[in-house]
Design a protein around this ligand. Sequence first.
Ligand SMILES: [Zn+2]
Length: 258
Amino acid sequence: MYYEIEIISIVSLTLLGLIVGSFSNVCIYRIPRNESIVFPASHCPKCRSKIQPFDNIPLLSFILLKGRCRNCKSKISIRYPMVEFLTGLTYLIIYLVYGLSIQTLVYIILSSALIIIAFIDLNQQIIPDVISLPGIIIGFILSFFVPYISFVDSILGIVVGGGIILVIGMGGSAIYKKEAMGGGDIKLAAMIGAFLGWRYIIISLFLGFFLGALAGIILIMSKIKKREDVIPFGPFIVLGSFITLFWGEKIILWYLGF
Ligand SMILES: [Zn+2]
């Protein structure tokens, strides 16, 4: 009986992740363009033909259509199946870590928002306020109703998260004489802090800086990017927070030397 519930939960949450990922693709494309995320229905960005439901199945349709529009045969970005896959995988790991709990519910919503932010930042180098600002407020309000984070911890998370990026950004601007980190990064860190509290946001940002620096070095050494190119930091903050969400307790125990 227990196993059956477990298997049903794993399959349904992963499927839910794939479907939400499919919707996230719509948000990633439309939010920076200030378009409605509801109307009109999905269409090919090239030939504008409407995408039929059977061509809109997460992952599967991309494979069956060999990554091309059924109508005009133009290439569909690899980003579409990638976002679907990542969202499905994220839902699965969150379930495996937190089980059937209120935490799983909150974290799958948070992670979906973060995946959308990360890809918009990758594409357009902006972090939309329409997600991060309500995110800060929702994270804070939730802290009054959930058992795993107190509202004090949530406020500290907002202040510490936003504050760390603000201070480092000001330091970077003073050294490089140009904006090192944008206001979008500050609001993003504050939002994650509101949901995860001060300890987890510190770990998230530490991991984000580490991975961002590592990626920067690799991209510059392999000549994909030049020194003066802008590398968006948002995706690394998101990546850091995902690692923390999945393995935060283990990281803290390891750090404390247990
Ligand atoms: Zn087309």
